[in-house]
Design a protein around this ligand. Sequence first.
Ligand code: PXP
Length: 242
Amino acid sequence: MTMPLRLGVNIDHVATIRNARGGEHPDPLRAAFMAVEAGADGITAHLREDRRHIRDRDIDALVNGISVPLNLEMAATQEMLDIALRHKPHAACIVPEKREERTTEGGLDAAGQFATLQPIVTALNEAGIRVSLFIEADAAQIDAAIRLGAPVVEFHTGAYAHLSGEARAVELRRIADAAALAAKNGIEPHAGHGLTFDNVAPIAAIPQIAELNIGHFLIGEAIFGGLEASIREMRRQMDLAR
Ligand code: PXP
């Protein structure tokens, strides 16, 4: 059965623009309100260790201000776990994080980092925070997610987004197979990274995928047509593909 497809709008890069001048404008919370108006089902924000975009006070403002679920993207560290437990967002998506990277460049090695992840996933689960693991579309990673007790996985669509032709088709099949495998094992599959108007439809058409998290393209596109229009168009493309 095809499930409804949710859109999580990632507002990190509203904060990137704000931080370029160090003031208060543009305000990520205002962008979050606007995203909800335009059809976002949730708001996603990545509090990086170096605070290059979202800052701690943004998380405070989002937790207290928005009416839709907040998905906090976080590295698997004690500092981030403490922040998540303090704020209790609806969901926490554990991502790999390297200081020198420009963005989250690959999936989390849930299989290789099992011992590090186990206490963090357990603590989040016990706090009632819905844990998601940002992984590659790979059976070994799904197996690790099952053993860790994560209710959700998010497949990294960066490779899919950057490839073309047959290579992209192969990557798409890999994501579709992984989504089916996750769902068969009771894990809700999500997807995100690098999605645009041009490449979202085939991912949105994968019937088991329940949520897409999209940020950079939507904020960039907002420069040309406004934030509401860019989100509404993405929502329309997703619904059409479904
Ligand atoms: N999902 C996760 C787990 C991410 O880390 C990111 C990027 O922060 C996204 C989705 C959104 O990616 P993009 O900004 O390329 O749309």
